[in-house]
Design a protein around this ligand. Structure first.
Ligand code: ZN
Length: 72
């Protein structure tokens, strides 16, 4: 039996930077899922093949979250 490395980490607290990245990655996944879910059930998006105003707002939120990940 070897000791788990993370258990020897004093305090066992992940760094603030790591927590921020995780939060932003969660935001990317969340906004992407919202956009996909909207696109899958929106008649306007289906009919035109374009993003309606709601889809555009969700898409921009997703792109903004993506930019935040890259800037970290
Ligand atoms: Zn739509």
């Amino acid at each position: 039996m070897t000791a788990a490395p993370w258990k020897s980490n004093p305090g066992g607290v992940s760094s603030p930077v790591r927590r921020t990245i995780t939060a932003v990655e969660t935001a990317v996944q969340g906004t992407y899922r919202q956009w996909i879910e909207h696109a899958s059930k929106c008649d306007e998006c289906h009919a035109t093949g374009n993003r309606c105003s709601t889809a555009e707002r969700l898409w921009q939120a997703y792109k903004a979250a993506q930019r935040e990940v890259r800037s970290l």
